[in-house]
Design a protein around this ligand. Structure first.
Ligand code: DON
Length: 531
């Protein structure tokens, strides 16, 4: 195994170049993939603050070089004082302001991942982020633009206003420092997860959220990340590892691939209308189960074996069609906004250990509230905050995903690892709310059904269909005029959108690991030869 791994080298792909460098530095120091992932996670909280986070949560999938697999759920939970109807009177409060904030899992999660698998010292992994916050980094254009886009809301929060628009007259290309965040990172470096359980950071959160929020001290004392079973299934000659509930990632991929089954996609071709329609029908069907049945597995009995039963799937396969819109049904889902938040990174170390990690504040800059230099999530909106109504992603979800104190909201984040003959063949993931699921699915199909090279598999234009709304969203160059016409004849509504997903992936290719950051963003992927 070792000789195979060293022949293949190590690689990192993240959405931001300082974070990638931090990951590479940790690997060069002898850290393993988990060490690098923890350091990248903290670095992204500094250099990619719209999605990288300390005040959010996510999922980390790890394939250890010895062959074991684990899945860490550090998703946010509903505060103890949360109630099912807490957003009924003011729907905006599930996305904006302190009421929208779920108890964050990022620091306890990273601490737990390091406790179980890390090789280097904890402080070695937090300190690069501390230095990026204290000494600053050159503000890149995309972060500058993003801050301008969200300025009107961010300036309403005193901490965010000072950090992003206050004393420093920030322009792209200038050094951007975050002194309060640096102080918090110093505390995290010294105290580990305790820094997020009591003391200065928690005091500041409780002080600043007291007026509008419902967070209390015990929410932070009690938060626990959870090791869960990896969602694992076999597809063609591959073993697919993915996120289990409360993420719908693994179930979605397994159901969609089973529904596509042996349909002759590669014979029809990538651009063929039947290929597009069949994939759309399969994903809409998988979304329907997602939205109806899934929620927090600690508090809900979900009959996964039934939903994966070959008879059930074959029945559903008969209901979908490559040449008509058979899955359409009426509903009142609104048109979701296009979003660019959340972030995914992929790491492989020289021993062949791999991390696939997706982490989020949910919306860009989360709930747009800050304490101790830290931005906080609006993950409460991932619950069925308004049962029967669409959330910000157009998802209409059921009471399976209702708000219950201590519960985790259902997620679409889908960190994925593909194994071939027991070795890592691909590490894939993306942001994009529900479009994460269809993005990861399409990268898999591009690579393994359409036999695209890794770069093409990531860059190829994409489309997305969920249960409701019933249209296919597609990037401008995904569906040519002929296919568009056919799809309209099938009764399939279409809608052009700007960009779907933002993949950071690593593939085994021609004897080495090739790291790829999606051309849709300005991420940085790098592979290194190791000895
Ligand atoms: O967990 C989820 O499914 C969402 N909070 C992810 C949000 C997201 O990807 C937004 N990005 N575009």
């Amino acid at each position: 195994m070792a000789s195979f791994a060293s022949q293949q080298g190590a690689a990192v792909a993240t959405t931001e170049r300082h974070a990638t460098q931090v990951g590479l530095d940790i690997l060069a120091k002898g850290g393993n993939a988990v060490d690098a992932a923890v350091a990248i996670h903290f670095a992204l909280a500094v250099t990619h603050p719209n999605a990288g986070n300390i005040g959010g949560g996510g999922f980390m999938l790890y394939h250890a070089s010895e062959g074991s697999d684990s899945f860490l759920d550090f998703r946010e939970i509903a505060p103890a004082a949360a109630t099912a109807d807490m957003y009924r009177d003011n729907p905006n409060s599930s996305t904006f302001g302190w009421r929208a904030v779920g108890v964050p899992g990022a620091v306890p999660g990273m601490f737990e991942a390091h406790r179980k698998y890390g090789k280097l010292q904890w402080s070695d992994l937090v300190d690069p982020a501390y230095h990026l916050a204290k000494d600053g980094f050159v503000l890149h254009q995309s972060l500058f633009d993003n801050l301008q886009r969200h300025k009107s809301k961010l300036t309403l929060d005193p901490g965010a206003n000072i950090t992003f628009f206050g004393s420093q007259k920030m322009q792209a290309g200038e050094i951007f420092k975050q002194s309060e965040l640096a102080h918090s990172l110093q505390l995290i470096s010294k105290r580990g997860d305790l820094a997020m359980r009591n003391g200065h950071i928690v005091d500041e959160i409780l002080r600043l959220s007291a007026k509008d929020g419902i967070l209390c001290a015990t929410d932070f004392e009690n938060y626990q990340p959870v090791w869960r079973d990896v969602h694992r299934f076999y597809w063609r000659d591959k073993e697919i590892l993915c996120a289990s509930l409360p993420s719908s990632g693994g179930m979605f991929l397994q159901q969609s691939l089973a529904l596509i089954g042996n349909s002759p996609l590669s014979v029809w071709g990538f651009n063929d209308s039947r290929t597009i329609q069949l994939i759309g029908e399969a994903t809409a069907a998988a979304f329907r189960d997602r939205n109806k049945y899934f929620g927090d597995p600690d508090n809900l009995k979900v009959d996964l074996p039934r939903l994966l039963d070959p008879e059930y799937l074959s029945l559903r396969r008969q209901q979908i069609s490559a040449t008509s819109q058979s899955n359409a049904h009426l509903g009142n889902a609104s048109i979701p906004r296009e979003t660019t938040e959340t972030t995914h990174f992929s790491v492989i170390d020289k021993w062949g250990g791999a991390v696939s990690c997706t982490t989020t504040l949910n919306s860009n800059f989360g709930a747009k509230v800050m304490a101790a230099g830290i931005l906080f999530n609006n993950e409460m909106d991932d619950f069925a905050a308004q049962p029967g109504e669409a959330n910000q992603f157009g998802l209409v979800q059921s009471s399976a995903n209702e708000i219950i104190p201590g519960n985790r909201p259902l997620s679409s984040m889908a960190p994925t690892i593909v194994l071939k003959d027991g070795r890592v063949d691909a590490i894939i993931g993306s942001p994009g709310g529900p479009t994460i699921l269809t993005t990861v699915l399409q990268v898999l199909l591009n690579r393994y059904i359409f036999n695209m090279q890794p770069l093409a598999a990531v860059d190829a234009p994409r489309f997305h269909r969920q249960d409701l709304p019933t249209y296919i969203k597609h990037e401008w160059n995904r569906i040519n005029a002929v296919a568009r016409e056919r799809l309209r004849q099938y009764g399939q509504p279409l809608r052009k959108v700007r960009g779907l997903g933002l993949v950071n992936a690593i593939f085994s290719y021609n004897g080495s690991y090739q790291a790829i950051s999606d051309k849709r963003g300005d991420g940085w992927a790098q592979s290194v030869m190791t000895n």
